[in-house]
Design a protein around this ligand. Structure first.
Ligand code: NAD
Ligand code: TYD
Length: 334
């Protein structure tokens, strides 16, 4: 049993990770600011358990982070602003939470004896994947304010290992999908719009590809990163090598849900839109014995079913402040 501090544990990946960690018997403290993306409903089934405590707060609050880190064996730092489109509309929040917030977490941890800090970075730090999927030593060429802020945080975390010996491990995972993902992100947006017979907005040509992984497979990899010996300061790519375009995903969703292809609607492209993200995952597979457990076809089918069965979770989100963002993003179109 480990005492874990999980920042951003009320978000998509953080809540899936927390559910798993609580089930494994770890003592978990979730620190989350509950921004528009954080939702206590994501943890609703867990909050009565004896081994979880929820703290509402900001990772930029160094004193708070230091107090919580002092009571933890390991810190998993998920908290971030995460949506590329929002970073184009308003980059300042990304620099603040993703860079300054990570600085605060690292400083808080430096003053304690934590055995491990996992910096949840992203494959977006590499920018365009040209040719072979990006290895861990590929140059960092982030293209959006989100990706650039995460790249800053990623290297700041490394610097705390190199300079102070803080036992940091950095993960760079590809695009996740699964339960509790905010419906502004591609897969839940397309699934919920299709269920509501609304158009699926395809940016530009729809030929842009991402490498898709089920959130459970990502969390299983993080479990290994928490335990692995002798990997401090290292970077691990995580990905399932399942590359699909937006058009392919939209078509698969409409086919499965029995909706017409006419719902796919081409809209203005995203500025700086990355054509392809893809990572090589030989390192985590060979060094830690990790591999994904689901195919994309299986995971997408399960995920569609989850959103079908959890309208009570996503309908209020789509009806709330998200509508203002959606209206700004799509210039008032539905
Ligand atoms: P999310 O947007 O669903 O959740 C982010 C969480 O962080 C929310 O609960 C939010 O309330 C919280 N938060 C935001 N600002 C905060 C602050 N200042 N203090 C405390 N809490 C704050 O994001 P996600 O998709 O679950 O991503 C989690 C992490 O994984 C992020 O670091 C992201 O960069 C990384 N990541 C995500 C993906 C993906 O496909 N979703 C892929 C690779 C890496
Ligand atoms: P997204 O879920 O925002 O993740 P990221 O940009 O971090 O990879 O988008 C995934 C892909 O889907 C990306 O190529 C942009 C595209 N996209 C659309 O075509 N339409 C949409 O409404 C959204 C949200 C994304």
């Amino acid at each position: 049993m480990t005492r874990l501090l999980v920042t951003g544990g009320a978000g998509f990946i953080g809540s899936n990770f927390t559910r798993r960690a609580v089930g494994q018997g770890h003592d978990v403290v979730v620190l989350d600011k509950l921004t528009y993306a954080g939702n206590k409903e994501n943890l609703r089934d867990l909050l009565d358990a004896k081994n979880i405590r929820f703290v509402k707060g900001d990772v930029c609050d160094q004193g708070l982070v230091a107090d919580l880190a002092a009571q933890a064996d390991a810190v998993v730092h998920f908290a971030a602003e995460t949506h590329v489109d929002r970073s184009i509309l308003e980059a300042g929040n990304f620099v603040q939470t993703d860079v300054v917030g990570t600085f605060s977490v690292l400083e808080g941890c430096r003053k304690t004896n934590v055995d491990r800090v996992i910096q949840i970075s992203t494959d977006e730090v590499y920018g365009e994947a040209e040719g072979n999927p990006c290895r861990e030593d590929a140059p960092l060429m982030p293209k959006s304010p989100y990706a650039a802020s995460k790249a800053g945080a990623d290297r700041l975390a490394y610097s705390y290992f190199a300079t102070y010996g803080l036992p940091v491990v950095i993960s760079r995972c590809t695009n996740n999908y699964g339960p509790y993902q905010h419906p502004e992100k591609l897969i839940p947006l397309f699934v919920t719009n299709a269920l509501e017979d609304k158009p699926l907005p395809v940016y530009g040509t729809g030929k842009n590809t991402r490498d898709w992984i089920h959130v459970d497979d990502h969390c299983a990899a993080l479990d290994l990163l928490l335990e692995a010996k002798g990997v401090e300061g290292e970077v691990f790519n995580i990905g399932a090598s399942e590359e699909y375009s937006v058009n392919e995903i939209g078509t698969a969703i409409l086919n499965t849900l029995g909706k017409p292809k006419t719902l796919l609607k081409s809209v203005a492209d995203r500025p700086g839109h990355v054509r392809r993200h893809a990572v090589e995952t030989k390192k985590i597979r060979s060094k830690l014995g990790w591999k994904p457990s689901r195919s994309f076809t299986q995971g997408l089918t399960e995920t569609m079913q989850w959103y079908r069965e959890h309208e009570a979770w996503w309908k209020p989100i789509k009806a709330g402040s998200y509508r203002d963002y959606h209206s700004a993003q799509h210039h008032g179109a539905d």
